[in-house]
Design a protein around this ligand. Structure first.
Ligand code: SF4
Ligand code: SF4
Length: 372
């Protein structure tokens, strides 16, 4: 494993680290296997934001006896409602989820406590205002319950606002080929370097879209009425995606999501890949026009009052646009709640950091998945 220093925290973290969101819905034994195999391979940094009690218990089992070998994170502002992820700002609930985290993981201290999923300037200002979540995170740090404070966001302007406060030690930000042309991206990374802020790259595969055959990549965007990506190259490999993220200025670690051992091995193969396998330059040219509007199945738009797993429906929708099959209809019908249950309430739209209108796409999915 290659280890890099996580900015001013001084923590040595594995370049290939692990996001755990794809372990939420797999059998607990599989989730434990993936985490344990990752640790065996030298992975030592784990992003952990889910607050669902059963998931926390599963992760606690995975880290049992290995606490001294790993850097554990938690997210202040991530909660749950009726079993679904929910971004929260209520101070009491936020604090309660962190105490729950410490209790369920059977740990005294979280290594990096992230101020969770903050994209809007107003939210950022509220977080750093007196009595806001930043103060709460610093309180946890003073009590010895957290070592460092992090900030997770999807927008450059908000990231710049947060790091300018000089109150965060680590920034977690989406870093993948699709965002390469976004204005201000490189300057943000260099600002982190200048300030000694550790940089962790999330969503290196853009929610898995980069690994799909290229024609699928632009479908949701086309459906939202935006310009197509105008690309004709082959799907990108996991190694190229990870090589891209790890080549950006200041990036210490990247946290791909892996739902099984095979996906984990794909990520770990970056370690043994040669220069030709890591070369992402040809792939990069095709992403110069990408902006927003592309669903990456991240579920930051939850909770949904109808109980829909929005990311799961979007994933099926993208596959169905290539050709809707009976098997895809069955998969959609088997979801506990699906596009047919959408109430068009619009609650999800402002929560999407990627400019997607999930309600609109739910309507399209309902049309596509309707039995002819
Ligand atoms: S609609 Fe937006 S927030 Fe919801 S899953 Fe897609 S990208 Fe994520
Ligand atoms: S618009 Fe549909 S998908 Fe979005 S939150 Fe409302 S019910 Fe759920």
């Amino acid at each position: 494993m290659e280890y890099r220093t996580l900015g001013r925290t001084g923590l040595e973290v594995s370049a290939i680290s692990l996001g755990t969101e794809y372990l939420l819905d797999v059998p607990p034994v599989q989730a434990v296997d993936v985490v344990r195999r990752a640790i065996e391979a030298g992975v030592n940094y784990f992003d952990l934001f889910y607050a669902q009690p059963a998931f926390r218990d599963t992760m606690a089992q995975a880290f049992e006896g290995l606490r001294d070998r790993v850097v554990l994170t938690a997210h202040l502002g991530a909660g749950e409602r009726d079993g679904q992820y929910e971004r929260i700002r209520d101070p009491e609930r936020c604090a309660a989820y962190i105490e729950d985290n410490l209790r369920r993981y059977r740990i005294d201290c979280i290594d990096v406590l992230f101020l969770h999923n903050c994209d809007e300037p107003d939210d950022c200002d509220a977080i750093f205002a007196p009595g806001g979540l930043a103060e709460m995170a610093e309180g946890f740090r003073s009590e010895g319950k957290a070592r460092f404070v992090g900030f997770s966001t999807h927008t450059i302007a908000t990231a710049r606002r947060a790091i300018a406060t000089d109150r965060v030690d680590v920034l977690m930000f989406p870093i993948n080929l699709t965002g390469h042309a976004t204005p201000g991206r490189r300057e943000l990374f260099e600002a982190c370097l200048d300030r000694g802020i550790g940089l962790v790259g999330m969503k290196p595969y853009a929610g898995g879209k980069l690994l799909q055959p290229q024609p699928e990549l632009s479908l949701t965007r086309v459906a939202t009425g935006g310009p197509s990506l105008e690309m004709d190259q082959q799907a990108v490999t996991p190694v190229q995606c990870l090589a891209y993220a790890l080549a950006q200025p200041g990036v210490s670690a990247v946290v791909p999501g892996c739902s099984d051992l095979s996906q984990l091995e794909d990520a770990l193969s970056w370690l043994s890949a040669d220069d030709a396998e890591r070369d992402f330059s040809a792939a990069l040219a095709g992403f110069g026009r990408f902006r927003s509007g592309e669903c990456v199945y991240c579920n930051h738009c939850l909770p949904c009052p109808a109980g829909i797993d929005i990311g799961a429906v979007m994933r099926l929708l993208d596959r169905a646009r290539v050709g809707v099959t009976a098997a895809l209809r069955d998969e959609h019908a088997a979801l506990p709640a699906n596009a047919f249950h959408c109430r068009q309430c619009g609650a999800c739209t402002p929560r999407c950091p990627f400019g997607v209108d999930p309600g609109e796409l739910m309507a399209q999915a309902a049309e596509l998945f309707a039995v002819p």
